[in-house]
Design a protein around this ligand. Structure first.
Ligand code: PSV
Ligand code: MN
Ligand code: MN
Length: 426
């Protein structure tokens, strides 16, 4: 299913006047305060976030899964869903595939479909946290860290196969997330597990193409509950440094212990030129994978402050691979992703409003109150008209949720695909 641009414009018609009023008011105010509104708008329009193939269906928990009707079952349908998101929001111009869930049957057809919807293939993700069909070795006790060489070799080969698939689609990065770890003290020798992982990653790295990145994701716990081999950014950074300059750390917002200062992690990785990728989500307790910005929007803004600073001051970093990594148990996945995309844009726009010069001056004067005023002044600005305008200028919807509902898109998908479809993935 492809949305006609005219349909989006028809929905926009009813709210365009309101939008124009609030945009003009905000743009005047920002211009008076020395902001270049057009530059902000083009930065917002350029900011594209990848949608992972596993976020397009209902997630579920270990207690059960409540399906969402009309879920995509094939790779083509997943790409079409991203196409819907992109048409409405103009900020979801990429998809991140998970192998083996998303191995294309027909590479040309898949590539053509994606480019017809203006969608690129972002990082490809390997999967050594489940046992795959028709393979000899099991990952029950780990993959790249396993004490068995045969298991490690199988996991290494899988990652190399994933790179080859990504190359055919034009991806430029491999993301490695390992479930490896232990559930009980004494189960693993920490040093052996880490050393094995390092050696395995180095073997994979040899096959990373010249213009690719290898992104190493960390996570402190789950599915292993006593230890995780790559548990934090320090472990990830050590491994990336060992592998070489094409290897980077990937920060997933949900992969930190409670109250971690994620913005500081982001800042120091940027300084060291080792921040390569970013997974957005939100959480109250752990790796909850909730809608971005739904629980801690101020923390998200502070993280964006560091990202914006890093993008402006740390050319030693590559262009980051941005992705939403969320799970949808009670909401329509597409509505949830729209809300996430909006929250990302909102935090980014607010961070762009921070007067960096004034902040630096206040920091040099140790004017702590002023520093806080500057940050919170930007945070308290209602930037929604800017985001609306950035979308509208590119043919998107002023209000993507409203358009999604008014165009009755879920029912179209149900009619096309049937009710009880189940998306492959997490
Ligand atoms: C599991 O925590 C996880 O959500 C990681 O964040 C990965 O990015 C993703 O699964 C898919 O491999
Ligand atoms: Mn992740
Ligand atoms: Mn996660």
């Amino acid at each position: 299913m492809k949305i006609q641009n005219q349909h989006i414009q028809d929905v926009n018609k009813n709210i365009i006047e309101d939008h124009n009023d609030s945009f003009d008011f905000l743009a005047n105010k920002l211009t008076k305060n020395g902001h270049d509104v057009n530059t902000i708008l083009s930065k917002l329009a350029e900011f594209q976030v990848a949608i992972p193939s596993w976020a397009l269906g209902a997630g579920g928990t270990r207690f059960g899964r409540f399906g969402f009707y009309g879920e995509p079952t094939t790779l083509e349908q997943k790409i079409e869903d991203v196409g819907i998101l992109h048409s409405l929001t103009q900020t979801a111009g990429a998809v991140s595939l998970h192998i083996p869930w998303d191995v294309p049957q027909d590479y040309n057809a898949v590539s053509e479909l994606a480019s017809s919807l203006d969608i690129k293939f972002d990082a490809v993700n390997s999967n050594t946290f489940q046992d795959q069909k028709d393979v000899k070795e099991s990952y029950k006790y780990g993959s790249l860290s396993n004490t068995s060489q045969a298991v490690r070799e199988q996991a290494i080969q899988h990652n190399i196969d994933v790179i080859k698939i990504g190359e055919k689609l034009g991806s430029k990065a491999l993301t490695v997330w390992l479930a490896d770890g232990s559930c009980f003290p004494g189960q693993n020798n920490f040093q052996t597990a880490f050393q094995n992982t390092q050696d395995s990653l180095k073997s994979i790295y040899k096959d990373i193409p010249e213009d690719w990145k290898m992104l190493i994701e960390y996570k402190p716990y789950e599915p292993n509950f006593y230890s995780t081999v790559i548990q934090d950014w320090g472990a990830s950074l050590m491994l990336a440094n060992e592998c070489g300059e094409k290897a980077y750390t990937l920060v997933d917002l949900g992969h930190h212990l409670p109250n971690s200062n994620i913005e500081q992690i982001v800042s120091i990785l940027s300084l060291k030129g080792k921040l390569g990728g970013f997974h957005f989500n939100d959480s109250k307790y752990g790796d909850d994978d909730l809608t971005v910005g739904s629980i801690k929007p101020y923390a998200l803004f502070l993280i964006f402050n560091e990202l914006v600073y890093g993008m402006a001051n740390n050319p030693q970093n590559p262009d980051l691979a941005w992705m939403i990594d969320a799970s949808h148990n009670v909401k329509d996945p597409l509505e949830d992703l729209i809300q996430s995309l909006e929250a990302i844009q909102e935090a980014y726009a607010k961070a762009l409003l921070i007067d960096q010069k004034a902040l630096k001056e206040a920091q040099l004067n140790n004017d702590v109150v002023k520093c806080q005023e500057i940050l919170q002044g930007a945070y308290r600005t209602d930037v929604r008209p800017l985001i609306e305008k950035a979308r509208l200028d590119r043919g998107g919807a002023i209000s993507p949720i409203k358009a999604y509902r008014e165009l009755d898109l879920r029912n179209y998908l149900i009619k096309e695909r049937g009710r009880n479809t189940v998306a492959t993935g997490l």
